[in-house]
Structures are given as structure tokens and as C-alpha cells.
Design a protein around this ligand. Sequence first.
Ligand code: SF4
Length: 414
Amino acid sequence: MTVDPVRTAQRAAAPWPYVTLDVAALRASGWRPTPLREVVLKVHQRCNLACDYCYVYELADQSWRGRPAAMSAETWRAALDRLADHVRVHDLRSVRVVLHGGEPLLYGRGRLAELATAVRASLPGTCKVEMGMQTNGVRLDPAMIELLRRHDIRVGVSLDGVEADHDRHRRTRNGRGSFAAVAAALELLRRPENRPVFGGILCTVAPDTDPVAGYEQLLKFEPPAIDFLLPHANWDEPPGRPGAGETPYADWLIAIFDHWYTAGPEPPVRIRLFEDIMRLVFGGDSGSEQVGLSPSGVVVVESDGAFEQVDALKSAYEGACATGLDVRHDDLDAVLADPGMIARQIGLRALSPDCLDCPLHRVCGGGHYAHRYRRGEGFRNPSVYCADLAKLINHVYGRLADDVRQLVSSSGAP
Ligand code: SF4
């Protein structure tokens, strides 16, 4: 019998889900996986920046070293064939293909254009196809934006607030800051003719910075949306706790929430984390993996064709994202049978006893799956950001409850 070393390592590092999640019992109870709706293609594994917090290059999993720098056309063709099959089998009406890296713009305009054309051509006409890209923005010039417009690829750009804060972490390999280049790209994107492909700005939460100054900096580029992301951390690699408070990440986000929430009847920008929490408070669903209990529908295709889980898990341990499957031999339903994928689709059943006892669990959802990791136990724990999530959610809930009370009393309702 052959021993799969990756699976053996996963069982040791994360008994839940790889040993103790009873998939057979789940299926017997009637649970069925949710089809995948987003494929992330890691078209270029290398990056032209060396950000000090990067979860691909700087944290536990170094598997990128053994992979080709660029994805071959044969690999992305196989990935698109798998996606097209999945769309037909599950009669999907919309899917998303995201070009990612490393840095996807290093793939070059010619290859990006060929790939984008194939994405639209290969999927059934009954299925709406959205294309996106996540980039550091450094190589986003007018010719590249023209290509994005031609192929209707919406781009998200990473920017960490004001110049000094951004340049402290997001540097080139020779130590130069990248703010000026990214700001130039964002100035191009905010032009009216380019706005259709401006997806938004992604910003890492940094409690050692001025939150409102950073937020105001992002607003200057008039993004349609902002994603604030907690730095990837877990119980073995806990987040830094700068400052005196116990909940610096919540305090930072709350300062921005209050600024945003009181800006007027129409907030100046969509902030997905806040909108998700507000929707969840009113009993709705979440649109992201940061909060809530919605099943994850995302799979990653690495440059060598390996199917993997979202690469935020690279922050946990070497091999945490692996499924052992690839685009040449396996279909997306096989990916959905991986215990790691199942764990991110089963909502309440993935929560730890502490989370199930917590009154916030339907809103919080235990936080991001990657942030629940503890070596030797796995992913069935509260988030390492538990106290921050609880404070943020309670704050948002309190603001909404005050407003609802005021509305009711001003309407004269009994
Ligand atoms: S606030 Fe903490 S205990 Fe409550 S659901 Fe979130 S992570 Fe779990």
C-alpha cells in the first residue's frame, strides 16, 4: 500500500478534519457539498514585491519553491475543461475565475489575453462568467488596463494606507517602497473610462497605524469597495498585539466603522467586512470567508495544475492547502470530497464547542478558517482573533440596534 506523505502530515498536524471529521456520517445525515463557483488560477508563482507579511512566501508553507514560475497553457486549458464540466453537471448559472499569483501581471499581456479569451469561450453560454484579478498594482500601466477593459477583468489592488505605512511592509526585493507605483495605478483606475474594471482595494489591518488616516488615503482613489483583511495568524503563530489594549484589531476596525457609518445616508464606499456583519446581524448570509457560516465555494489551481484550498491556509503548516488532486486527472467533484474542503462547507458543524456556546456564533462563524488552527488539533477552535471579532460584532450590533430603536420611536410606533 502506498503512503501519501502529504495526507500523513495533514493527519498529524490537523486531526480535525483529516482524522476526526466523520464524512460518512455527514453524508448519511443528508449533507451534500455545495458546488464550487470560484476558481483561482495562480498564473504566476513569483512576485515582484517581497512584503514581509506575505502568506505565500514568508509563512509556514514554502511549496511555491517546487512549482513552475508560470502556468502553462496546457494547465489552464485543463482547469477550464474541469470548470466547464462542473458547470454542466451542476447547471451553474454563474461562476468566477480569478487570476492570482504571486503577481499575475508578471504573466504578461499576451498570455493574459489568450487565457481571458479562452475563459469566456470554454464555458457554456447559459453560465455568466465573471473574471477578476488580484494584483499588487506595480505593473498596472495604461496598456495593461486597456487589456483588462477589453476582456472585462475586474481588478483588486492591494494598498496598506498612507505612504509610510504601506512602504514599511510592501517593498521591492531591494528594499524600495511600492506606494508611488501603486498610487499611479490607482489614479489610472479611478478615471471614468477605467472604473468598470476597478474592483476595489484590499488593505491589511495594521493596529500600529492610524486607522482613519489610512482609510482616508484609500478613499482618495475612490474605490468601489474596500476589503480589510486580518493578517493571517493562528494559535501557534498568534498575531502581534501592538499597543496597550487587549483588542487592537477590533479597535482599529471600529474606528473606521464609526467614521464610515456616520459619513452620511450613503456610505462613500462599500466595505465588505462591515456589510457582511450588518447583513448577518439581520439574519442574512456572508459574502466572504472572514465571518459567517456560508459554505466556501473556492478552489485554487496552482501553476503546476495542483488543486488546492485557499492559500490563506499556507499560514498554518506546510502542506495545509494540499488536496493531492490535479487538473489533469481529477474533476471538481473529487475536490469537493476532500475533508479540508468539506470542513469549510459545513457551517455550524465545523465550529468548536466554545463557538457553539457563544451567542455571536451565527454572525462570527468562528472567524476565518485559517485563523482557527492549532498544531496537533487542527481547525476546530475559536479564531485566534476571537476577542477582536466579538468586540467588533458587538459594536456593529450596538450601532444598528440604536438606529433601529430611534427609527421606531420617531415613527411613533407603540
Ligand atoms: S466570537 Fe469567538 S467564540 Fe464566538 S463564534 Fe467567534 S470565534 Fe467563536
